[in-house]
Ligand binder design. Structure first.
Ligand code: NAD
Length: 516
């Protein structure tokens, strides 16, 4: 791309390939998927490379998309909305360090580039957003619910994320937005949240609550004439719900349990069901187990996507890159101790045991795939000791501190210890992920593919594992392996996007430089 005045302009890409066609409405790209087939025979691993042909079809025009946030008045919610206005209006603001201006750093779709190769003089990196047409966060129409009635100006001040001058510049845009009343069942979030709940849908009837939320989604869709609606949970972390047959193991059971006002149906279960029944995609940005088998089945029956769990924003994102790097280097992480303290409302909610437990589970699973990848280092498959601590310290507010100690066994019985200290406003890490989750979900809704032998085109699986890059504990289709390593996830995503466009992905072999 060419850069002028610090503003990056769109890179126009023309693909010259007999394997792509573009009729102005859709791209069609033929792709040879090279894949190894395996057999374990006679104590040997037999590897047979094979080629499979696929055709990907991508509708070119992004849909008019609305994003409904559950927890709109929270730190993430108010930061995600405020940052869009700040970018739309090219806002800048002064701080004691100088003037700053709005950007979309931290959003992979907006700020990452993809390496395509070498043009003889320089490396070619193109903006992710210029490969196939995708939405910008600034295109998203946002609304949502909160159990607290603060308007978004008040919510933004309470969040203590933006500098005061920016808060005042945003005031006129934010003051008029008041979250819709929401469903509040005190048993699912910490008791210390009780005094926040002043914007609650009355009654105790879960069917009526479901209908209320469904109507909110319908009205939002009609009001803005939307082609795509995404509901995303960025409300408080709930405790886990039970998962058992009779309760929520099939779609019929889930619907029945709502009808029977079953205790174990959580607010997030209701939002997921409402969203699916209205044809809206549902994403879980928190760690609780909303996406129970019955809800996944319901999504599949209604042809919508679900994704989760828990934004992968700070400490865990770093861990999913660092541990992959260590294990790939042939070093053996033995002990990982992750300590956090934070002073925002999320930290307050997580100070109760059942909500902390949800977070502990999602934070713990992140090194599993890397340990399993290396039987030389981990012959018995036993994970390193991995301890997660979270403490609530109001003074540091949204500026979360994460301290990690990694100890590795190295060469000849030696030990290597890393200590990492990470300080950051948590909501400035999570908000760009909220945009990316919505933007990639909308893109996925425009893609279908066929293995040419079958000739029929299908959509992606309703459990959208494409979103894994952005999530701590990716929910994947049953029987599919989970990938947590950051660069593997990044490469899976960028390879898909380049494939949609009919561009070969970079193999990183650089054969052109082998000769003298
Ligand atoms: P927050 O407490 O500031 O915001 C949550 C909001 O949800 C609050 O305004 C609360 O009133 C509202 N709420 C609670 N129950 C609700 C319900 N049933 N319906 C509607 N609204 C409800 O927290 P936050 O810092 O914005 O984080 C939000 C969520 O994102 C938390 O679960 C957190 O664990 C998760 N998360 C955050 C990050 C990050 O980096 N910030 C990373 C991973 C996950």
């Amino acid at each position: 791309g060419h850069i002028s005045n610090g503003v990056s302009k769109e890179t126009k890409i023309v693909v010259n390939s007999p394997n792509v066609s573009n009729d102005g409405n859709k791209l069609e790209s033929r792709f040879l998927y090279r894949k190894n087939h395996f057999e374990h025979r006679d104590g040997q691993l037999h590897v047979t490379p094979k080629e499979h042909e696929y055709v990907f079809r991508t509708e070119l025009k992004p849909k008019k998309t609305g994003l409904l946030l559950v927890g709109l008045g929270g730190n993430n919610g108010s930061t995600a909305v405020g940052s869009i206005y700040a970018n739309q209006h090219n806002m800048n603001w002064r701080t004691k360090e100088g003037a700053l201006k709005a950007n979309y750093f931290g959003s992979v779709t907006q700020s990452a580039t993809v390496h395509l190769g070498w043009d003889g003089e320089k490396q070619i990196h193109v903006p992710f957003k210029d490969i196939v047409p995708i939405l910008s966060p600034s295109d998203l129409i946002i609304s949502g619910w909160d159990i607290n009635n603060a308007n978004l100006y008040q919510a933004m001040v309470r969040a203590k994320v933006f500098e005061p001058e920016l808060q005042e510049k945003l005031r006129t845009y934010m003051e008029g937005i008041v979250p819709l009343p929401s469903v509040y069942y005190p048993d699912f979030i910490a008791a210390n949240q009780g005094d926040r709940a002043n914007n609650v849908i009355p009654g105790k009837n879960k069917s009526a609550h479901l209908e209320h939320i469904r109507k909110d989604i319908r009205e939002f869709k009609e009001k803005h004439d939307l082609e795509c609606v995404i509901v995303l949970w960025t409300a408080n972390t709930e405790r886990y719900t039970d998962v058992r047959s009779g309760l929520n193991s099939t779609s019929a059971e889930v619907l029945n349990s709502i009808k029977n006002n079953e205790e174990e149906i959580s607010p997030s279960n209701l939002f997921a069901v409402a969203s699916i029944l209205e044809g809206a995609h549902y994403i879980n940005g928190s760690p609780q187990n909303t996406l129970v088998p019955g809800i996944i089945q319901l999504a599949s029956e209604h042809g919508v996507f679900v994704g989760g769990d828990d934004f992968k924003s700070g400490q865990t994102k770093f861990k999913s890159a660092l541990v992959d790097f260590l294990v790939s280097s042939g070093l053996k992480p033995e002990s990982i101790v992750s300590y956090n303290h934070l002073g925002n409302n999320d930290g307050k909610n997580l100070s109760e045991a059942r909500q902390f437990r949800s977070k502990e589970i999602s934070k713990s699973s992140v090194v599993d795939d890397m340990v399993q990848s290396n039987p030389i280092l981990y012959p018995d498959g036993k994970n390193p000791d991995h301890c997660i601590v979270i403490k609530y310290v109001p003074f540091v507010a949204d500026s979360k501190r994460a301290m990690d100690e990694y100890i590795c066994s190295i060469f000849m019985g030696g030990r290597q210890t890393f200590v990492v200290h990470n300080t950051c406003e948590d909501s400035l890490l999570a908000s760009p992920l909220i945009y990316d989750l919505a933007i990639l979900t909308e893109l996925a809704s425009r893609v279908s593919y066929s293995s040419t032998s079958s000739g029929t085109f299908e959509k992606f699986h309703p459990v959208l594992s494409l979103l894994s890059l952005l999530l701590k504990a990716p929910v994947v289709p049953a029987g599919t392996p989970v990938s947590n390593a950051f660069m593997r996830q990044f490469s899976a995503l960028t390879k898909l996007v380049t494939t949609l466009r009919g561009i070969s992905s970079d193999t990183d072999m650089q054969i052109e430089f082998f000769t003298q």
